[in-house]
Design a protein around this ligand. Structure first.
Ligand SMILES: Cc1cc2nc3c(=O)[nH]c(=O)nc-3n(C[C@H](O)[C@H](O)[C@H](O)COP(=O)(O)O)c2cc1C
Length: 226
């Protein structure tokens, strides 16, 4: 059974990317807020976009400082993330209130959060008004990750070191397992195109179908030759 979803909730189907705690610093003030609207935009130069509503205190902090940092939390910070997204730094000092320990970033003034497993420091390259949010385009100035959590990709080996993902409302998740896909070889793709079908899905089943197809092609070729 399919059910329709309101247009304004369609974004939730894309939910599940790691949530980021956006830290900022401007003059003597610092702030932190969770953001789910975070996306890579370019590999070289390395650009990352974060969409921030103009009503957020973080919006002004980024606008004035032209910098921000993304901190990727784990499940240990679940309730912190929700809390930091429920109160505004315009009225209180969230870092002081939550006693989250911080350390100095390498390239930006924004503090980095201990207890996270990944950190990205950005300088603002551009800003676009998109719908009701501002898309700040950050150029990555420095990045780091916990060795046990990330090595080329998230490893997901240790439950406590998996990034926290935001599903919407006050629901979150962690990924369960890292799956490795088979990389198709050029000869295989050529054969698929010739046959008009790519044998995919269950690896064992697909291999059997591919073999059967090859045997059939061989039989045909022999028949043609006879
Ligand atoms: C998990 C989560 C993700 C959020 N993602 C975003 C986001 O991507 N962009 C945004 O503008 N607000 C987002 N919010 C809302 C802000 O975090 C929230 O309004 C926060 O209190 C703003 O803090 P500030 O005023 O100190 O900047 C999110 C909230 C939560 C709980």
């Amino acid at each position: 059974m399919r059910h329709t979803i309101p247009e304004t909730d369609a974004r939730r189907l894309l939910g599940g990317g790691p949530v980021a705690l956006v830290t900022t610093a401007w003059r003597a003030a610092t702030n932190v807020m969770p953001a789910a609207f975070v996306t890579p935009l370019s590999i070289d130069p390395p650009l990352i976009g974060v969409a921030v509503h103009p009503a957020r205190h973080t919006h002004d902090m980024i606008k004035f400082s032209e910098e921000f940092a993304l901190n990727i939390p784990t499940r240990a910070l679940l309730h912190h993330v929700q809390y930091l997204g429920s109160v505004t730094g315009a009225e209180l000092n969230k870092l002081e209130l939550t006693r989250l320990p911080t350390f100095r970033a390498r390239k930006v003034q924004a503090p980095l959060l201990e207890g996270c497993v990944g950190w990205i420091e950005c300088g603002v390259d551009d800003a676009y008004r998109i719908g009701d949010h501002t898309l700040f385009v950050g150029k990555v100035a420095a990045a780091a990750a916990e060795q046990d959590a990330f090595d080329d990709t998230w490893l997901l080996a240790n439950e406590d070191e998996r990034p926290l993902h935001y599903l919407g409302v006050n629901f979150y998740a962690v990924l369960g397992e890292r799956l490795q896909a088979r990389i198709p070889q050029p000869a295989e793709i050529k054969a698929d195109v010739e046959a008009g079908v790519a044998e995919l899905g269950d690896e064992e089943e697909a291999a059997k179908r591919r073999e059967a197809r090859e045997a059939e092609a061989e039989r045909r070729d022999r028949g043609d030759a006879e």
